[in-house]
Design a protein around this ligand. Structure first.
Ligand code: HEM
Length: 267
């Protein structure tokens, strides 16, 4: 957007400027709601209590900011992943073109397969153990939900992209109390985009089509472009085998490749 490399001083300054203006925008609206409450979310935040305490203005502003940004990159990155996959897999794409009713199932399967938000992080509030891995209070844990989404114990043919999968309990939207608040909106947006994308350009494909639709369960996908991008971002670039790495000390990140259903355990 700035025409400069991500992370450069100019890009960071621009991001800061935009973030400040978003905070200012919400601050102004909150002032208005304080004077004249309405039946809306922002007015509710102003009177809400958590464990008997009102939210501070900064808390509310942070929540507003999160609401705004949480739905931006996630949906665009997911569409990026899905259209890349379909461009590289004409046989899957054909299924959607020939029968658009498959789209909702295809979205769930591609969410499982690509897991656009590959990892979530947590700080342990008490000593515990996960899959034999000791976790100490204060440890930072990075939970690789993309690994859980290809867990053979949960997904038969986990390394196959199957739009006819009948049971698909993927956790691409996380799990537990912090599960994605925008998943219903995201699903709607993805359905609209896939429906119009596949009907507007039914034969688009990447050239040359070079990847297969399988990936190893123990590592982020090597087959899709999106997976390569994720690796390029340097997050969990070289995952250890499925299982765990013991957390050597508090503040040292622990990467947990958890089986499906275990996410959300660390508080
Ligand atoms: C396909 C698109 C999306 C994906 C893959 C996605 C994924 C996720 C994941 C994995 C989490 C859990 C984070 C954690 O446990 O630490 C999360 C949280 C969240 N998402 Fe989404 N998300 C998507 C779209 C959206 C949209 C459209 C919105 C809002 C308009 C949204 C709002 C949120 C919020 C507010 C949270 C934080 C919930 C909390 O901490 O209690 N997300 N999302």
């Amino acid at each position: 957007m700035t025409g400069t490399a991500q992370g450069s001083a100019k890009a960071q300054a621009y991001q800061q400027e935009i973030a400040d203006s978003v905070y200012e925008y919400f601050d102004k609206i909150l002032d208005e709601r304080e004077k004249e409450p309405r039946d809306d979310l922002l007015s509710h935040f102003l009177s809400a209590e958590v464990e008997g305490n009102r939210l501070s203005r900064n808390d509310i502003l942070d929540i507003c900011f999160l609401f705004l940004i949480a739905g931006l990159d996630t949906v665009t990155a997911t569409l990026d992943c899905m259209f890349s996959f379909l461009a590289e897999h004409p046989e899957h794409r054909r299924q959607l073109v020939e029968n658009p009713d498959v789209i909702p199932n295809a979205i769930e399967e591609l969410l499982r397969w690509e897991t656009p938000v590959m990892m979530v992080s947590r700080v342990a509030v008490q000593d515990t153990e996960l899959g034999g891995c000791p976790v100490h209070k204060g440890d930072h844990a990075i939970v690789v939900i993309g690994s859980a989404n290809v867990d053979e114990a949960e997904f038969p043919d986990a390394d196959q992209v199957r739009f006819d999968r009948e049971v698909n309990r993927h956790i691409a939207f996380g799990g537990g109390v912090h599960r994605c608040l925008g998943s219903h909106l995201a699903r709607l947006e993805l359905r609209v985009a896939l429906r119009s994308g596949t009907s507007a350009s039914p034969t688009t494909r990447s050239s040359p089509a070079k990847s297969s639709s399988t990936r190893r369960a123990s590592a982020p996908s090597t087959s899709s472009r999106c997976a390569s991008r994720r690796r390029g971002r340097g997050v969990g670039t070289t995952p250890p085998a499925v299982g765990h790495m013991p957390g050597p000390a508090a503040l040292v990140p622990v990467t947990l490749f958890v089986p499906a259903g275990r996410v959300g355990v660390p508080a």
